[in-house]
Design a protein around this ligand. Structure first.
Ligand code: SF4
Length: 147
């Protein structure tokens, strides 16, 4: 079976900045077709849960208190990549809009809820190393790829 890294919050872990999850039922289907590896890059980078939400501003990650958390976010992205490479993971299913996991959309850095095209730092790093990333909106495509 293929291995798939999954955003922990999509899997049901309460690892979001506000201590909630983003569980999607189709994860159960994915579990039958692949070896699922749930993880949260932000926690793996050393951030606590709950935590202040952050957005990408230029080449930095800044939380809504104005604190620079770039180091923690980048550490989480690198640890996720290392794990993916060590385990020969080919696919990832990541939560859209997150500054770590977002694949196509992220918030614009003004903490006003406005979305722009862009990728979170973990999604980007995985893609740069050949891992095929799907958002939760694309889980059917991922399931199809695993047939
Ligand atoms: Fe979910 Fe990714 Fe945010 Fe962790 S970093 S809470 S896995 S979207």
């Amino acid at each position: 079976m293929e291995k798939v890294i999954v955003s922990g919050c999509l899997y049901g872990y309460k690892c979001r900045y506000d201590g909630k999850d983003n569980y999607i039922e189709k994860i159960e289907e994915l579990k039958k077709k692949a070896i699922v590896i749930p993880l949260c890059p932000e926690q793996m980078g050393g951030l606590s849960t709950p935590r202040f939400p952050s957005e990408i501003i230029g080449d930095k990650l800044i939380n809504n208190q104005g604190i620079d958390v770039t180091e923690e976010y980048m550490r989480g992205a690198k640890v996720t990549l290392e794990l993916a490479l060590d385990m020969c993971v080919q696919y990832a299913l990541l939560k859209e809009k997150s500054p770590s996991c977002g694949k196509d959309k992220i918030y614009d850095g003004t903490f006003s809820g406005k979305l722009i095209e862009g990728s979170g730092v973990t999604a980007k790093l995985l893609q740069e190393h050949g891992i095929v990333v799907f958002s939760e909106d694309e889980i059917d495509e991922l399931l199809e790829s695993l047939k």
